[in-house]
Design a binder for this molecule. Structure first.
Ligand SMILES: NC(=O)C1=CN([C@@H]2O[C@H](COP(=O)(O)OP(=O)(O)OC[C@H]3O[C@@H](n4cnc5c(N)ncnc54)[C@H](O)[C@@H]3O)[C@@H](O)[C@H]2O)C=CC1
Ligand SMILES: CC(=O)C(=O)O
Length: 311
């Protein structure tokens, strides 16, 4: 599958690198308003390809996105140390007004995969601007937070993160919800698994994991300016599910008709992802506090998205 990447900065190039290294895309085309950057990223990544795959990696203009099955949008500004994701909204909404129609004109059949923050609201904006069905405008949502959650739980229990079945729901951001109550390790309820291996999930442990997930981006941005490897791999994972029609269950963001008492809001729940984009939404059983937190997250997002004027 041909994959377009608009925004050849840290996130776009990391996604392109992961796609090329894993051989998920047949062709990758980078587009950026900084053309020299797009060319340089394409050239650099193409020099990794002979070691591992046969992906063609080029830079171009919007017209070169023709025939793309997926176009990743990672254009815009990112957080400075201390800045929250929601503070990027106005600037990135302006970028999307510029980008989305040009992408669609060149690649009308593409699934849009949104990475720019605040990713849930940007996904809802891209859905409105494109007029595409919600299933075809997918935000990376909490795919990264879910990976962070699984990684920290796996580390605590001394098992592979792939054996941890747990999701982060709601906003990719400060109001996200770690769904502890239905989490499992292997097929065993998480709390029972933890007790059986002598690594109980005390309140302090859960608090530390919650903090590690919720504040990961702030800590990384303080240390090195931005985050990109994690989301680069997450975006490649979503493209793989689409390109190979894998029907994986992934926590991604699309405009969702109802979450609790909030209607038409983009946020993450586990969803089946395959060739056509999102094939189904899954609402896990939550305890009362988690359900209230998800409802709160949905309300916050809805409030913010309603402040955005598109034309
Ligand atoms: N969804 C997620 O989990 C994550 C999302 N992000 C978000 O991804 C976005 C990109 O982050 P970085 O790559 O670190 O930023 P970056 O600054 O390295 O790259 C952004 C690129 O967008 C380009 N750009 C800006 N306006 C454009 C336009 N109108 N048309 C075409 N290209 C344009 C810039 O030239 C630049 O190359 C940010 O919004 C960031 O917050 C970052 C990490 C994780
Ligand atoms: C920056 C960002 O959204 C993250 O790393 O989670």
């Amino acid at each position: 599958m041909k994959v377009g990447i608009v925004g050849a900065g840290m996130v776009g190039s990391s996604a392109g690198y992961a796609l090329a290294i894993l051989g998920i895309a047949s062709d990758i085309v980078f587009v950026d308003r900084n053309e020299a950057l797009a060319v340089a990223q394409a050239e650099d990544i193409s020099h990794a390809v002979p070691f591992v795959s046969a992906t063609t990696v080029l830079a171009g203009g919007y017209a070169d996105l023709a025939g793309a099955g997926v176009v990743i949008i990672a254009a815009g500004v990112s957080q400075k140390p201390g800045e929250g994701r929601l503070e990027l909204l106005e600037r990135n909404a302006a970028v999307f007004r510029d980008v989305v129609t040009q992408v669609l004109k060149a690649a009308p059949k593409a699934i849009l995969l949104i990475a720019s923050n605040p990713v849930d609201i940007m996904t809802q904006i891209a859905t409105r601007l494109s007029g595409l069905p919600a299933q075809r405008v997918i935000g990376s949502g909490t795919i990264l937070d879910t990976a962070r959650f699984r990684s920290l739980v796996g580390r605590h229990l001394g098992i592979a993160p792939q054996s941890v079945h747990a999701y982060v729901l709601g906003e990719h951001g400060d109001s996200e919800v770690l769904a502890w109550s239905n989490a499992r390790a292997g097929s065993v309820a998480l709390r029972s698994f933890a007790d059986q291996v002598g690594k109980p999930l005390t309140e302090a442990t859960r608090g530390a994991i919650d903090d590690g997930v919720r504040n990961a981006a702030y800590k990384i941005i303080n240390g090195k300016g931005s985050t990109y490897y994690g989301i680069g791999a997450g975006l490649a994972r979503i493209v793989k599910a689409i390109a190979h029609d894998e029907r994986d269950v992934l926590s991604v963001s699309i405009v969702t008709p109802r979450v609790g008492d909030v209607t038409d809001v983009a946020l993450s729940v586990p969803r089946i992802v395959g060739a056509g984009g999102v094939a189904a939404d899954l609402f896990p059983q939550l305890d009362e506090a988690e359900f209230a937190a998800l409802n709160h997250s949905a309300s916050l997002l809805k409030e913010r998205v309603e402040t955005v004027k598109l034309g």
